[in-house]
Design a protein around this ligand. Structure first.
Ligand code: ADP
Length: 178
């Protein structure tokens, strides 16, 4: 891979990130307020490898990133067994402290432990040659894209390979990466 050559025409992170304008919105989890049932539904209705965690849908401030695998393996189904009293209507909590709940609410499912607290991010205007460098040097599988501190999108290694294939008119599988 010769990033300088491939990206001479200066693509930016925003050109490669998902979702595209016509795609469904980025699938995110909020750090509090979602129920176990809602998180399960999101995980089951999508096939993404991971989900950014944000402060709230409205703020879209990034808090961390959770892998689908960890949600499925450790959290949702087993979590119900491991953390006593957790049911579908339990609140999923990624914060350090449990938010106040109604006295009759079921116990929350605490998942801060499975969250990556500092996922890699680039801004929407980061040139792709720099982003590719970061992917290669750090061996990233995905990177989040922000604008003024708000989460905008995600770039996976495959997104980069597809983009490079497109601009060089090559088969993505023929491009060496990492
Ligand atoms: P890969 O790109 O290796 O197949 P994923 O399955 O995670 O990895 O992602 C598939 C596609 O969906 C990629 O184009 C990626 O940018 C996008 N994507 C990944 N995670 C999310 C998400 N949480 N919400 C919306 N789109 C996502």
């Amino acid at each position: 891979l010769e990033p300088k050559e491939e990206f001479e025409h200066s693509s930016l992170a925003v050109d490669v990130m998902r979702p595209r304008r016509s795609d469904p919105a980025l699938a995110v989890l909020t750090q509090e307020g979602m129920t176990v049932g809602e998180v399960e539904a999101l995980v089951e209705s999508t096939h993404y490898s991971g989900f950014p965690v944000v402060v709230s849908q409205q703020s879209q401030r990034l808090v961390g990133f959770v892998l689908r695998r960890d949600l499925l393996l450790f959290a949702l189904y087993n979590g119900r067994k491991r953390q006593e009293g957790v049911v579908s209507s339990s609140q999923v909590v990624f914060t350090e402290h449990t938010p106040s709940q109604a006295p009759d609410a079921p116990p929350p499912l605490r998942l801060r432990g499975i969250m990556d607290l500092s996922p890699f991010t680039v801004t929407d205007h980061t040139p792709m040659d720099i982003t590719v460098d970061i992917f290669r040097k750090l061996g990233l599988r995905q990177c989040l894209v922000t604008h003024n501190g708000r989460l905008l999108g995600i770039i996976t290694k495959k997104d980069i390979l597809k983009h490079m294939a497109q601009i060089t008119n090559r088969d993505p599988d023929s491009i060496l990466f990492n």
